[in-house]
Every structure is written in C-alpha cells, then in structure tokens.
Design a protein around this ligand. Structure first.
Ligand code: NAD
Ligand code: MG
Length: 380
C-alpha cells in the first residue's frame, strides 16, 4: 500500500491522479486531499477515496466542508497551516498539483520531511528553485517530474552520464495561436486562449501555453531539475505533442520519450517509479499520425521564452519576479482586465522595474513574490 496525498486534488492534474488511483484502489491509501474553494468536489473525492483528511485552503469555507463531511470519519480542515499539515502527514508520495506559487509553502513542507514529490506545480521551482533543490538534497526527498517534458527527460536522462550530455531539447506544441503575428493576437478572448489544441488543462497553464510562457517556466524548471547549463537548453516547436522532449548525448545519440498527449502517462510513471503500470491512455499510433513537424520558436511574436531565459541568466530573484508577474497578468487577462498581448508586456515591465537581487532566504523570496504582485497589479 502506498500512502499518498494530493495537494490540489480538484484540478486537472488532481483529477487525472485520482483516476489512476481509482483504477488501482488496492495499492493506495489516500491520506489527504486539498482544494482551494471547491468544497463539493473535494468532499466527494474524500468520501469516494476514504481519505483521512480533506483540506480547503479558503478558511471561510471550513463550515461548509465540515457539513459536507458530517457522518464520515474524514477530518475536515481549512487554511494555510492545515495545507502544510496535509503535506507533512505520513506519506510515501505527495502529488504537488496546486497551481502557482500558492503551492510552494505546502510543497516545501513535504520536501522538508523527506517525502517523495510528484511535482506538477512547476511554479514552485521557478519561484524558489535553488532553495527547493537544496532542501530536497538535505532531506532526501526525490522530486519526480510530472510535467510531460520533464518527465520525458527524467525517463531518458542517465545521471551517471551527466557529463556526456550535449543538450536537452524541450518540445512545445506552440499553443493555439502558433503561426499568428502580433496584430493577429490583439483581440484574443480568454475562452480562445484556454482552448489548447492537444491538452486539456487548468486555465492558468492553458493561457501560459498560449503566450508560450509555459515553455519559459519549463526552461527554468528543467535547469533546476537536471544537471545542465542554461546554454544547453533548447526549445523546439512540435505541434503534434508526440515527442515529449529529448536528450542529446555527445556521441550523436538522441534519446526521446514518445506517447499520446495524456497526463496520466507521466503521472503514472512517477507514482510507480521505478516500475511501470498499465494506464488507460490511448496507445500511440504513429501510422495514424503520419507526420511529425518541427519548427523554430518564433521569438518575435512570442517573446516569452526569451524573457524567461534572460530571467534565468540574471538569476537571483529574477525568476521569482517573472513567475509572480506572470500569475498576476494571466489572472488579470482571464478576468478581462487586460488584453492578451499585455500579459507578456506586464512581465517585462515588472522585471525591468524590479531588477534582480541575491536570494538570501525563503522569507526574502516570499516578500519578493508579494512585492512583485503589488507592482504588477499597479502596472495593470
Ligand atoms: P487547475 O487549475 O486545474 O487545478 C489547480 C488546483 O490547485 C485545484 O485543485 C485548486 O483547488 C488548487 N488551488 C488553486 N489555487 C489555490 C490556492 N491559492 N491555494 C490552494 N490550492 C489552490 O490546474 P492544473 O492544470 O491541474 O495544474 C496544476 C499544476 O500542474 C500547475 O502548476 C501546472 O502548471 C502543472 N501542470 C499541469 C498540467 C496539466 O495538464 N494540467 C501539465 C503539466 C503541468
Ligand atoms: Mg509541460
């Protein structure tokens, strides 16, 4: 029996994780499930999986959750400390699937405890990469990447041959607006931006994919997860999302991982690592797909990856600022407060205004994240 908790169980990754657990019920003991505001879904999940505890992050919803779980043995909890408590509970693996830096504190709690992390929440690594990697090293916590590109690299990168790696290539679908010029992206609506051609995901990451900032965040994520320098990280547009990323070795060998675009494949891989299990994902049929295409990233019309690379090169607090400004701008776009193209402009301006400082502590990072959100909101 594997003890598992899911931070962000009501989201897209959370649902895929639960789908896998439900198909393999006898091998999982669900400890904690957490959500932001969706009490009904959280309570239903906790009951169906017979979880020990359910945590709603929004404290004002505590009574509702308690009510929804009345007559069961499931402990209802609410708020930030409860979220940390869930992350620190006795687990073999914690699925970190909260969206944004909001998931950082709880994820770090699990890392500190030495628990293995199924890491979907890439913003954690963008915001606090060095600190998180250091903590994991100290505690023995393994960061098992769920993000499909990083999961692909994790599957084909042999750490014993780290010095024989020439480069890592992240594949990117290019999002729903690939091929468009800036004027053609003036009036994109949130609904259009959320409609990703290959993956069904939460709203924030879908917008990130549309601006290509998702690939920028993933560049930073890859830098922290793998033994590689910034200039060895490459991005290629591959609209079919069949090759999920590749590692090139010095002898000319390129190892890639392929599969249907279904997050249950990488999730299953980390949940069963180092073994594998049957998944319900559609088998990859290359004959049906026929052709695989590859293009350069269009940095003129999609400058996000370039900005993210520069933030990574600058180091210090720059990636923290990039991430926080992006979150604020994406939600402002989703709420109809700014136009699509403004998202990346706001990030650029915020980075410019705030510069970069050396990271002195986790508290300093949280403060920088907070300060950035205020600055970016002012700009909006
Ligand atoms: P989502 O919006 O569908 O779900 C987010 C989850 O986080 C929900 O359970 C929500 O209740 C919870 N949450 C949101 N704000 C919170 C807060 N302030 N405090 C506590 N909990 C909060 O998002 P998703 O698509 O499942 O993505 C989750 C993470 O996984 C993101 O970091 C994303 O980048 C990453 N990821 C997702 C996919 C995908 O296919 N969906 C692929 C790769 C990586
Ligand atoms: Mg990805």
């Amino acid at each position: 029996m594997k003890k598992i908790s899911i931070l962000g169980s009501t989201g897209s990754i959370g649902l895929s994780t639960i789908d896998l657990i439900e198909r393999d019920r006898q091998n999982y003991d669900v400890v904690a499930l957490t959500a932001h505001k969706n009490v009904d879904r959280l309570a239903a999940q906790a009951k169906s999986l017979n979880a020990e505890m359910a945590v709603i992050a929004d404290e004002t919803l505590y009574e509702d959750l308690k009510q929804a779980l009345s007559g069961t043995k499931i402990k209802a909890m609410a708020g930030r400390t409860a979220l940390n408590e869930a992350a620190e509970s006795e687990n073999d693996i914690v699925m970190a699937a909260i969206v944004g830096a909001a998931g950082l504190e709880a994820t770090l709690s699990a890392v500190r405890k030495g628990t293995d992390i199924a890491l979907a929440n890439k913003e954690c690594l963008v915001c606090a990469g060095e600190l998180m990697i250091d903590l994991a090293r100290q505690s023995g916590s393994r960061l098992l990447p769920v993000d499909s590109e990083h999961n692909a690299i994790f599957q084909v990168l042999d750490p014993k041959q780290a010095d024989k790696i020439d480069k890592i290539t992240l594949t990117a679908s290019g999002g729903p607006f690939r091929g468009r010029s800036l004027p053609q992206m003036q009036n994109i609506s949130p609904a259009e931006a959320i409609a990703h051609p290959n993956w069904k995901m939460g709203a924030k990451i879908s917008v990130d994919s549309a601006t290509m900032m998702n690939k920028g965040l993933e560049l930073i994520e890859a830098y922290h997860l793998f033994p590689i320098e910034i200039n060895q990280l490459d991005i290629i547009i591959h609209p079919q999302s069949v090759i999920h990323s590749m590692v090139s070795y010095v002898d000319g060998t390129v190892l890639a991982q392929l599969g249907s675009p279904d997050m249950r494949i990488p999730i299953s891989y980390v949940m069963n690592y180092p073994s594998r299990k049957l998944t319900p994902a559609k088998a990859l049929n290359l004959k049906e797909i026929g052709l695989l295409d590859f293009f350069d990233v269009d940095e003129i019309n999609f400058p996000a990856t370039k900005i993210a690379r520069e933030a990574l090169q600058l180091g210090g607090t720059a990636p923290t600022i990039l991430n926080a400004a992006n979150e604020v701008a994406v939600y402002a776009f989703l709420e109809g407060k700014i136009k699509f193209l403004k998202i990346v402009q706001i990030i650029e301006q915020t980075l410019e205004i705030m510069g970069s400082e050396k990271i002195t502590s986790l508290e300093a990072l949280y403060a920088k994240d907070e300060e950035t959100r205020i600055k970016a909101s002012e700009l909006i």
